[in-house]
Write a protein that binds this ligand. Structure first.
Ligand SMILES: Nc1ncnc2c1ncn2[C@@H]1O[C@H](COP(=O)(O)OP(=O)(O)O)[C@@H](O)[C@H]1O
Ligand SMILES: [Mg+2]
Length: 249
């Protein structure tokens, strides 16, 4: 049976990503239950929610890492038969939960992996230099195995590797996980710089609502796979329900 696809808004230059009635399940568990979200081009959007609320599954559904129904449109075009390689080709870079850096490879080798779809070696090296400029320590430690970096450095390396794609949209899954407040602050400040300087749109899943709302322009709060609240970050910070449930004051 052919299911009709949920209607999207008219394609717009102003929207980089739009999902409509996005759903995903693991066997009996429906992890994503009809999520509609919009990432305006050039914006930082936070995807908030408690552990198990469906943040990771939503990001995986967008890139086609898990089987889904519903509609995903990127830069005004509906993505049919999504898979992670196609998403990368289109310019969607995904920094997965747990970072996904390869510990036995060196810092530089990890970085080069991020540009796997670029054929020209010269262009890859050029890109490496440009991306490494965001992370001054990388050049000094390029020969070090990635597994010997601190957690914060590994997260930075994962972001650097994603930037090697020269993405239009960067998806990040809980960049703060397991890291101390100082490095979390640095990472979010860096995301803002990347967003402002390179115009890369960002969708960041995060349990740490305080830090994410401070940097994101818009936010969605997930509860058991559904959007419970959404809006401008500045408004959500004032929202009593969001404050009580997610900001703890
Ligand atoms: N691989 C999996 N197999 C079965 N259930 C899963 C799997 N991954 C996640 N889930 C379930 O899906 C729901 C959403 O999980 P997840 O997307 O990881 O949430 P979050 O990232 O917000 O913590 C949870 O109930 C979780 O237990
Ligand atoms: Mg998660």
């Amino acid at each position: 049976m052919v299911q009709s696809e949920p209607a999207l808004s008219a394609p717009s230059e102003a929207t980089i990503l739009e999902t409509r009635d996005l759903r995903a399940r693991y066997g009996e568990i429906e992890a994503v239950r009809g999520v509609d979200l919009t990432v305006p081009r050039g914006a930082i959007v936070a995807l908030l929610g408690a552990n198990g609320s469906g943040k990771t599954s939503t990001l995986r559904a967008i890139t086609g890492t898990i089987k889904t129904t519903g509609t995903v449109a990127f830069a005004g075009k509906t993505l049919h038969h999504r898979c992670p390689e196609d998403a990368a080709q289109l310019g969607i870079a995904h920094v997965p939960e747990g970072r996904g850096t390869l510990s036995s490879l060196t810092v530089w080798e990890n970085l080069m992996l991020g540009a796997y779809i670029e054929r020209s070696g010269a262009r890859v090296r050029q890109r490496c230099e440009r991306v490494a400029a965001y992370f001054p320590w990388i050049s000094d430690r390029k020969h070090q195995p990635a597994g010997t970096l601190s957690g914060g450095e590994q997260q930075m390396l994962a972001i650097a590797r994603a930037l090697m794609l020269e993405p239009q949209l960067l998806l990040l899954d809980e960049p703060s996980l397991g890291l101390g407040p100082k490095i979390v602050h640095d990472i979010f400040a860096l995301l803002r710089t990347i967003n402002e300087r390179d115009g890369i749109s960002i969708l960041v899943a995060e349990q740490n609502a305080t830090v994410a709302l401070a940097v994101a322009h818009h936010a969605y709060v997930l509860e058991t796979g559904r959007v419970a609240v959404s809006g401008l970050s500045a408004d959500l910070v004032q929202n009593d329900q969001v404050r009580r449930s997610y900001l703890g004051y």
